[in-house]
Ligand binder design. Structure first.
Ligand code: 13P
Length: 332
């Protein structure tokens, strides 16, 4: 338990966030193909090495989340990814869920799977050097959804995952993601996010999960992607922090997902949050908002690795600077 608390604190250390590079093989393959890169295991490896070996990455990234395939791969020099990033001063993490799957009894919704055999897999990942893990549950907003059944089932799975991680000495990143899909107003996202979090808190409590040894990875509270107007960063920050205030002080920290927001908007929203005093750090664990520009610039060309890395470094620095502002303000 003690070591989980220490690692969780390291993940949300002042001025740092977590890079999510853990897309499943199918999702990563689709993104590579869209960028004009053939979807092979070697190209996925090359892309992840480009990200992980970005010069200066450790200045703004405390950890990187990989998927199973990457954790079993190695840098071109033969060093396994987990050892390579540890050598660079970054904690390696592993996505351990096996995806959001349709669920009997919940038409149109999903429950995230991966609990079968989880303790054995966690033991193997710990052996391979993983310091932390991630599990993502997704919730769709419509006029009727999410249903109480989806909210409860996903919360229970998140808690069972978190308890198994802490038992294995691995910090669980607990990710309940209310999707941006839809044309709902920001108030509906706030209400749904609050309902989802309440269920997650309850299930974590029932299984005795130590909140000081987890990192919560929520969506920011924003309007639906098809809503007529965009909320300002100040409004997003106020709505998001308003929902998060229900979390106890002992929670180690909060690291937001970007959820498909344009990179600049995700950073502006993160920065606006720093103006609110909270008992826990508020940082980033973005995927697309950090890596999309790098992937587009590289598009598989070995001559453009440095160009891709420069764009990743720029996005990481922008977000790290946003959260550093908090450290300065709260010290003042
Ligand atoms: P995005 O920031 O692209 O939403 O990804 C974060 C993540 O880890 C999704 O599970």
């Amino acid at each position: 338990m003690g070591s989980c608390r220490q690692i969780a604190a390291q993940l949300v250390a002042p001025g740092k966030g977590v890079l999510a590079a853990d897309e499943s093989i199918a999702t990563m393959s689709g993104r590579l193909e869209k960028a004009g890169v053939e979807a092979t295991a070697e190209n996925r490896r090359r892309y992840r090495e480009l990200l992980a070996s970005t010069p200066g990455l450790a200045d703004g990234a405390s950890g990187i989340i990989f998927c199973d395939e990457t954790l079993r791969q190695a840098f071109a020099d033969g060093t396994p990814f987990a050892n390579a990033v540890r050598g660079l001063g970054i904690l390696p993490g592993i996505k351990v869920d096996t995806g959001a799957k349709p669920c009997c009894g919940l038409p149109g919704e999903t429950v995230t799977e991966g609990l079968d055999g989880l303790p054995a897999r966690l033991a193997e990942y710990a052996e391979m050097g993983a310091a932390f893990a991630k599990w993502r549950a997704v919730y769709l907003i419509t006029d009727e959804l999410p249903s109480a059944g989806a909210v409860r089932s996903n919360a229970n799975a998140l808690a069972r995952y978190a308890a198994a991680c802490q038992e294995a000495g691995i910090v669980p990143i607990v990710e309940p993601e209310v999707l941006m899909d839809g044309d709902h107003p920001i108030e509906r996202c706030a209400e749904t996010t609050a309902e989802v979090h309440a269920a997650v808190r309850e299930e974590l409590g029932l299984l005795g999960v130590d909140l000081a040894g987890i990192v919560l990875k929520p969506n920011m509270v924003v309007e639906g992607a098809d809503h007529a107007c965009r909320a300002t960063p100040e409004r997003v920050a106020e709505a998001t922090v308003g929902v998060l205030r229900a979390w106890p002080d002992e929670l180690a920290g909060i690291a937001f997902l970007s959820g498909g927001q344009p990179p600049g908007r995700a950073t502006a929203n993160l920065e606006a949050m720093q103006h609110h005093r909270t008992p826990w750090p508020l940082t980033f664990s973005f995927g697309r908002a950090l890596v999309d520009p790098a992937l587009a610039a590289w598009h598989g060309d070995p001559a453009l690795v440095a160009a891709g890395q420069a764009l990743l470094a720029e996005r990481v620095a922008a977000n790290a600077n946003a959260v550093r502002r908090r450290a300065r303000m709260q010290a003042a």
